[in-house]
Design a protein around this ligand. Structure first.
Ligand code: ADP
Ligand code: MG
Length: 697
């Protein structure tokens, strides 16, 4: 068998393949597009397409597809074969530059939030040369952006690329002010840590809720949960190990830098983290990772659950978005530098992030808002719905010193004078103690921890890139052309610290007292659900910021708000309908059957000997009957709540009704059924229990 080094990236038309298969001039032109964002020369496309096709055919590919990320949150592809008929009755394999650059999928069935009326079915996809083409199965996949015919973005990649461009532009302005004339490009990077559950496939198949919604809608607590802390970093079971090995191999073949794997806190929960890369490629890779995770599991008799909260009572799954910005020369702008001047630059970029997170808390919050993630945020296992930042003691001391003009008591006692003083290198061991913060500085990057496990990371990075671009724009506007750069710089950093320190919190983010302080004393926003958060996308300040950086148009923002709320409503609706069906056709009949059998047993005993009291049977049957009654009533109420949704005037109202009535009825129904489960013999229960699922692998 080949070694990893030999097969890594073998299914990717990467730089090595481009260099080997393209004429030098074409290669350079393409490289300029990839590295510097230069517009692609059209004549180049034909040659690239031909080389790409030849390479793909050698790898056994028969089809190509424009691979894109519509607003469904998953990826889409429509395959076309390379065949073209030849006059002799046979076929030749063709692929033109035009086909590489542009596709026209029928877009009418993808969510558009009203942008594209269905009679205008056409949308188009355009090649994103900054993310390498790859082969999946027998298909050459070309990463593309997806737009409506009028040019409005219908996907997640387009605004992500725009946000990277905005950040690049503003960050370069700042670098020039610090005398850096050589950097050509500033790029944001991401390393997303992906959590997931693995459950036995034969048990998954028996649960309608898992099959339909990805999470359990019923299930009483197992006798053992995660209280022993024996799963985190525990020994990986052979079946899981085999799964991880195959997963790594498949990811490596696709050039995905899968690096770390370990067991997570909850039983049967695991994590995979790649080495970071640009936010654009990182997003594509994360989508592919999630897809392959799910595809490989059945080969091992497993199902991979990416839902944020598959099980009540044990931790759900998130995704930590490790984010930083760096120049094409390899300078990480969130890393304290070696010279005082570099440190001043670092502090300015740090302040840009602090200001961005404070000014656009709402955007960050809503970028991770989904029906699934609502179960995690604020549930004492994940960061709260309130956004705050953790900087750590060392960096906090530096900021305090600047704010108050007092000596910094760090390494040497000295006045913090920007451009003169040296900062310590903050190593992550001293900065990363806080695991409860939604947004933590970890030495040379920030870790945004609120993302849900099934989320595309695109949305969070769009908001992060844009908000930081906006801080940098404001700084650059103020600093360009001033005579006393250092004084102005110092003043501005000081002002940012004063104005935005409310967002910094180095304590325990899971503490209720913090939420109280955050909302009442500090005035931070606390949008607990998707229904609360999402409408704020259209707040005036947010529209102004995102449109001014050309990340979104107003129309695109309106359509996204609608689509995200629609997704929320649809997800909960499917859950509610699944619950109704399971309650009526599985749970209630099971309770009834068991109650009747117990009652029948009691009767038989009485016939045998009328003096037998049958106290146990009588009590049990009474409670079970009560519970099946409650379950029946609650099912009816839930059905009514679902029906009344049709009265909602718009999707904002519908989402509020879901939050206030449907979800509440769902928990009431669940409570009755879960209690009945604890009283019913296991052989009568119609589907696998939490113990089976969580400890079955
Ligand atoms: P953990 O947070 O679990 O302790 P690490 O800090 O080792 O894990 O890494 C988490 C992720 O952060 C990895 O995907 C890693 O590649 C990524 N990472 C490291 N440095 C950077 C950076 N400068 N920019 C973005 N991501 C980074
Ligand atoms: Mg982490």
């Amino acid at each position: 068998m080949e070694t990893v080094k030999e097969y890594f990236g073998c299914n990717v038309f990467d730089d090595r393949e481009m260099k080997a298969n393209l004429p030098a001039k074409v290669y350079q032109s393409l490289k300029k597009t990839i590295d510097e964002g230069a517009t692609l020369d059209v004549s180049v496309a034909n040659i690239v397409a031909e080389a790409m096709k030849e390479w793909a055919l050698k790898k056994g590919a028969t089809h190509y597809t424009h691979w894109f990320q519509p607003l469904t949150g998953i990826t889409a592809e429509k395959h076309d074969s390379f065949i073209t008929p030849s006059p002799d009755g046979g076929v030749i394999m063709e692929f033109s530059g035009k086909e590489l650059i542009k596709g026209e999928p029928d877009a009418s069935s993808f969510p558009s939030g009203g942008i594209r009326a269905t009679f205008e079915a056409r949308g188009y996809t355009t090649w994103d040369p900054t993310s390498y083409a790859f082969i999946k199965g027998k298909t050459l996949c070309i990463p593309t952006a997806f737009c409506a015919y009028g040019g409005q973005a219908l996907d997640k990649k387009t605004p992500l690329l725009r946000s990277m461009e905005a950040l690049n532009k503003q960050a370069l302005r700042i670098l020039r002010l610090f005398g850096n004339d050589t950097a050509k490009r500033v790029t944001s990077s991401v390393g997303p840590e992906q959590e997931y559950f693995l459950v036995p496939k034969e048990m998954f198949d028996k649960r309608m809720d898992l099959r339909m919604t990805g999470r359990t809608l019923f299930g009483s607590k197992p006798p053992k949960g995660q209280e022993m802390d024996d799963h985190y970093f525990g020994i990986i079971k052979p079946r899981v190990q085999a799964y991880m090995e195959e997963l790594n191999q498949e990811l490596w073949k696709l050039g995905i830098l899968a690096k770390t794997e370990h067991n997570e806190v909850a039983p049967s929960q695991h994590e995979l983290a790649p080495i970071y890369t640009t936010t654009n490629v990182g997003t594509d890779h994360n989508q592919l990772t999630m897809e392959i995770m799910q595809k490989i599991a059945p080969k091992h008799g497993l199902v991979c659950l990416l839902h944020e909260k598959p099980f009540a009572g044990v931790n759900g799954s998130g995704k930590h978005n490790n984010w930083s910005i760096a120049t094409d020369e390899g300078q990480n702008l969130l890393s304290p530098g070696a010279t005082p001047y570099e440190n001043a630059q670092f502090l300015l970029f740090l302040c840009a992030v602090i200001k961005a997170v404070d000014d656009y808390q709402d955007l960050l919050r809503l970028s991770v808002a989904t029906a699934g993630n609502d179960h995690r945020l604020g549930a004492n296992e994940a960061p709260p719905a309130v956004i705050s930042m953790f900087l750590g003691d060392e960096l906090q001391a530096v900021l305090d010193a600047i704010e108050t003009d007092t000596p910094y008591a760090g390494i040497e006692k000295m006045q913090m004078k920007l451009g003169v003083s040296t900062l310590p290198i903050f190593n992550r061991d001293t900065t990363d103690r806080n695991r409860t913060s939604p947004f933590a500085f970890t030495g040379n990057k920030f870790e945004f921890r609120m993302l849900g496990s099934s989320n595309s990371i695109a949305c969070a990075n769009i908001m992060l890139n844009s908000a930081v671009a906006e801080s940098l724009r404001i700084y650059a506007d103020r600093l360009e052309g001033v005579d006393d750069f250092e004084t102005k710089l110092h003043e501005m950093i000081k002002k940012t610290i004063k104005d935005h320190k409310r967002i910094i919190f180095n304590g325990n983010g899971y503490d209720d007292k913090w939420i109280e302080e955050a909302t009442t004393v500090r005035g931070l926003s606390n949008y607990k659900t998707t229904a609360d958060a999402m409408p704020h996308l259209l707040d005036e300040k947010n529209v102004k910021m995102l449109t001014s950086h050309k990340v979104f148009t107003l129309e695109e923002m309106q359509s996204r708000t609608e689509i995200m709320l629609e997704n929320y409503c649809k997800s909960v609706n499917i859950e509610a309908n699944t619950m109704v069906q399971m309650a009526k056709t599985q749970v209630i009949p099971a309770i009834e059957k068991y109650a009747q059998d117990i009652a029948q047993g009691a009767l038989t005993k009485k016939q045998l000997n009328s003096s037998i009291a049958c106290g146990y049977e009588s009590k049990l049957v009474s409670r079970l009957s009560e519970l099946s009654d409650i379950a029946y009533v609650k099912t009816g109420e839930l059905e009514e709540a679902i029906e009344s949704l049709s009265k909602a005037a718009d999707v904002i109202e519908e989402s509020a009704m879901i939050r206030d009535s449907v979800l509440a009825k769902m928990s009431e129904l669940r409570a009755a059924c879960d209690e009945a489960e604890t009283l019913t013999a296991k052989s009568y229960w119609p589907f696998p229990t939490y113990s089976d699922l969580l400890f079955g692998v």
